[in-house]
Design a protein around this ligand. Structure first.
Ligand SMILES: [Zn+2]
Length: 221
């Protein structure tokens, strides 16, 4: 088998990373240098949800599986890119909107919501992203999907400024079924080849409620 294409779907992690409202901002601190110690090394301070990252069920459910209790298969899958661009701020993506891709929702699929909101990364509008409506999240879970990604900070609407806290329906559906959610994806429009494989393996953080990933789409055509 040969990998012919590999598309990076991940954000850089550093002081420039946009943090979720209320979450800590990553920082990097040089802890050794070639000039002094003979090598470069860096102290990394970040949230388990910094940058492009995966959520484990434990993120929302105290008795839900933590990162290390999940099969790595939960972070990979045949990518199904749902086109949901050109939508209004804070608009729902409904079960009806998912209809064109419905036959491809199945166990082993990774459903990636392409909202185009990655273009607003770094601005406050990034948090006014479209979101996955509860009925749509339930449809995915009932079809057996256990990995859902989005090119926005959350599949649920983000409490931000004058916008109150939502019901976390998408998180609760997917994580409640033992699935995973990958947030802050970018570059989904570059998946322009047949049968892409999505891979977003998290670092093996102890007791993890989530962890950064290097998300990619691979093509073997
Ligand atoms: Zn998260």
């Amino acid at each position: 088998m040969q990998i012919n294409r590999i598309v990076d779907l991940s954000r850089p992690v550093g002081p420039e990373t946009q943090a979720f409202p209320g979450d800590r901002e990553p920082s990097l601190e040089r802890s050794a240098t070639v000039a002094v110690e003979g090598y470069n090394s860096t102290g990394v301070h970040m949230s388990s949800h910094s940058g492009t990252h995966a959520d484990a069920p434990y993120h929302f459910l105290d008795d839900g599986p933590r990162l290390e209790e999940l099969s790595l298969g939960q972070f990979t899958g045949a990518a199904v890119v749902v086109e949901a661009t050109g939508r209004a701020d804070r608009s729902p993506i409904t079960a009806e909107d998912l209809a064109p891709w419905r036959e491809r929702f199945a166990p082993g699929a990774a459903v990636l919501l392409h909202t185009g909101w990655a273009d607003h990364y770094g601005t406050s509008r990034y948090f006014d992203h479209p979101y996955l409506a509860g009925d749509a999240a339930r449809l995915l879970v009932e079809a057996g999907v256990r990995c859902v990604g989005i090119d926005a900070p959350s599949p649920d609407s983000t409490p931000h400024g004058p916008h109150p806290e939502g019901d976390w329906a998408a998180h609760m559906s997917v994580l409640g079924a033992g699935g995973t959610i990958v947030e802050n994806l970018c570059g989904l429009e570059r998946i322009d080849f047949a049968d892409p494989l999505f891979v977003a393996l998290p670092i093996r953080l102890s007791s993890g409620d989530g962890a950064p990933v290097r998300a990619v789409a691979m093509g073997f055509g």
